[in-house]
Design a protein around this ligand. Sequence first.
Ligand code: ADE
Length: 415
Amino acid sequence: MNYDIKDVSLSKRGKLRIEWASDNMPVLALIRERFSKEKPLAGVKTACCLHVTTETAVLMLTLKAGGADIVLCASNPLSTQDDVAASLVRDYGIPVFAIKGEDNKLYYEHLKAALDIDPDITMDDGADLVSTIHKEKKHIPLGGTEETTTGVIRLRAMELQGKLLHPIIAVNDAQTKYLFDNRYGTGQSTIDGIIRATNKLIAGSNFVVCGYGWCGRGCAMRAKGLGANVIIIEVDPFKALEAVMDGFLVMPIAQAAKIGDIFVTVTGDINVIRGEHFKVMKDKAIVCNSGHFNVEIDIPALQKMSKKRRIIRDFVEEFVTSDGRRLYVLGDGRLINLAAAEGHPAQVMDMSFANQALSAEYMKKNYKKLEKKVYKVPEDIDRRIAELKLASMGIKIDRLTAEQKKYLASWEMGT
Ligand code: ADE
């Protein structure tokens, strides 16, 4: 079996941590049980480009139980948990190509190694796999799934330009994904990453969140819960208005740059924090990113205006500007929740990855009907996942009575 990981001897720790995650992923456990009986993915070659975490490992075991032949590579150079990669290889015989801290060249070599199996299905987080496939004009017989907002945006752009070569299911856009993973997952794990990297007190700090999408909402909500003064940066007037009425201060980044203690970017766009903003930041301001790509902070601009640069703690780089201020960039501007912490907790990844597993099964069954488009996860799959999650939590909800159903379907009855 071909693989490229840091150290296979790390497997013991990885196996235990995978077990811990698995115990917190009850929906995926039900799917795995059914998959092992029905084998809906028998012989389906599946190339997965995902963050190599304990939760991803549980998804890999689920796809394998369904009969898929899988290979896994990282979807970010800094998010791999090397002990998990080791356990997948040694304990479960799953080929992995991922090493935490790999450079860009090795990152793309690993992507290409995953594509060597000539996959029937791709599973992407950020669309790097699909964009590589499209550059190489590889044929994907069934289609692919996409985990994250940034990836879905890229794929929709490809569809609009008529460039998409196979169908995609946008897992990100399922309600059981973005309402929980993007909001509560990113909210908690981003704060976790900042605290693990810096050990700074959040209470009383001016905490600037750039972007008020679902991820930004989660970060803002959790920073507020820890006692920060939260400031929101937003370009969309609707979202900005929501942020105001959610009780946050809203202002342009140029103004926030002067008063922020901690800055987090979660916009999915490029150069949100730039040279002109670094110029006015306070001494000891901390800057990090929780958006998919490391493009939101203009680190080269900061480098240009700095006379010294050193790693002062794990995942904390100090830049001393020519006027003597110390500014700190966390995790190279890469996803701080996965670089310095462990990503989203298993309880939310349970739903995200249930969508992945059931979307792969749906694709296998329905690929002949699918066009070269970006599709939503079918509504019945999304709803079933919500129902199973509630059941796993021991929570029951009401059903509409026949009279209530009739009322909702009618227009004659007013009062
Ligand atoms: N993305 C964010 N958190 C994650 C996790 N724990 N596993 C896989 N992908 C993630």
